[in-house]
Design a protein around this ligand. Structure first.
Ligand SMILES: *Cc1c(COP(=O)(O)O)cnc(C)c1O
Length: 375
């Protein structure tokens, strides 16, 4: 059986977790958490990184720091994970969905400006499959309309747009280290902060509204309740698990890239014959092989292909069901403009097995079976 995903594991995680236990510091902001923050700051060049309990929580923090409130509007794609909308809807905002581009499956940047009203507070681009959104255009629109930008870079670590790492363009960037992502800690994420002015508020928010982060650094002799807050910091044991993978980030990314390129080459003949479509990566985007997908003619063909592969012990899966037509999407949001591609393209998209230890033989077998289906 070839699973769709196997959580990444390098072998060193157990050693680091043991070290965290022996440090007798298993709560948040211990040595491994600080190492992960530093690693991400160095790799991305962001001003400040704070490890969180999930990408969902990082996005919630961004919504709180942006002071999103009832009546505000936030512009995002409908083709995304629920968390992208949840974080803002929880604050009482309305999710304003715009259509995606069929080539990258990212928000169509040319439709954003028309969706802006006097209530709009933020734009939330989602870098699907680790392929960057058109950030030049998005940052230009945000600048001209005085809007915040919060990047859902859940899938975007180690990827860049025109040489700049994803998650570092907007006011805030959010990474995920869920077990389905390139690097994992089971459940976890990170908040990337661009402007220094938000660091102190973010630390307080993440530590139940207290200045405990300052206390840990010896900057105050006791910590006190400073503001509203919650518990957004992960255990140092989980951070230890993640740190083992960050240390091997290049190797893990390269291994995924090799499999991605192998799929691409093996499936090219089917694309040339017009039977399937392959993913598109703009030349100025460096992706991270988070995902390999193909597009079938339509929903009916995709369902048959999933079944065909399943019978051959291959787990291939669909992805997001558009948010705007889901029960909560109708309740908390609206689609601005036409749904030309969101539903249609989401119904055609099929993700093939992709994970760190996927072998070349397994990749070849999957590609061979996809070809067999079309014969
Ligand atoms: C995985 C994912 C999330 C949620 O990440 P968690 O860490 O599970 O909260 C949000 N947005 C996108 C685009 C994702 O892929």
């Amino acid at each position: 059986m070839i699973n769709f995903n196997v959580p990444p594991y390098t072998g060193k995680e157990i050693e680091y977790m043991k070290e965290a236990i022996e440090n007798q510091k298993i709560c948040g902001d211990g040595p491994f958490t600080l190492k992960c923050n530093e690693w991400i700051e160095k790799q991305t060049g962001t001003t400040k990184c704070l490890l969180t309990t999930s990408c969902t929580h990082a996005t919630e923090m961004a919504a709180l720091l942006t002071e999103i409130k009832e009546g505000d509007e936030v512009i995002l794609p409908s083709y995304t994970f629920v968390s992208t909308a949840d974080a803002f809807v929880l604050r009482g905002a309305t999710a304003v969905f715009v259509d995606i581009r069929p080539d990258t499956m990212n928000i169509d940047e040319t439709l954003i400006e028309d969706a802006i009203t006097e209530r709009t507070k933020a734009i939330v681009p989602v870098h699907y499959a680790g392929v960057g959104c058109e950030m030049d255009t998005i940052m230009d629109i945000a600048g001209r309309h005085n809007l915040m930008v919060i990047e859902d870079a859940a899938q975007g670590i180690m990827a860049s747009y025109k040489g700049k790492p994803l998650g570092t363009f907007g006011d805030f960037g959010c990474f995920s280290f869920h077990e389905t992502k390139n690097f994992s800690m089971g459940e976890g994420g990170a908040l990337l902060i661009r402007d220094e002015k938000y660091i102190e508020d973010a630390e307080i928010l993440r530590e139940k509204g207290t200045d405990r982060s300052k206390y840990y650094r010896g900057q105050v002799d006791k910590y006190r309740w400073q503001n509203y807050g919650s518990s957004y910091l992960p255990s140092d044991m989980n951070a230890a698990y993640l740190y083992a993978q960050l240390e091997l980030a290049e190797e893990i990314t390269q291994a995924r890239m090799d499999r991605w390129n192998q799929y691409y080459e093996l499936l090219m003949p089917l694309a040339d014959e017009g039977k399937i479509e392959l993913p598109y990566v703009p030349e100025y985007c460096i992706h991270n092989a988070h995902m390999f997908y193909i597009k079938t003619k339509d929903l009916e063909v995709r369902s048959r292909l999933i079944e065909f592969l399943k019978q051959r012990d291959i787990m291939a899966v669909s992805h997001y069901v558009p948010l705007h037509s889901a029960p909560a999407g109708i309740k908390f949001g609206r689609m601005h403009g036409e749904d030309k591609y969101t539903t249609k393209e989401s119904e055609r998209l099929l993700r093939l097995p992709m994970f760190y230890k996927l072998t070349a033989d397994e990749t070849e077998y999957v590609a061979k079976q996809v070809k067999a289906f079309y014969r």
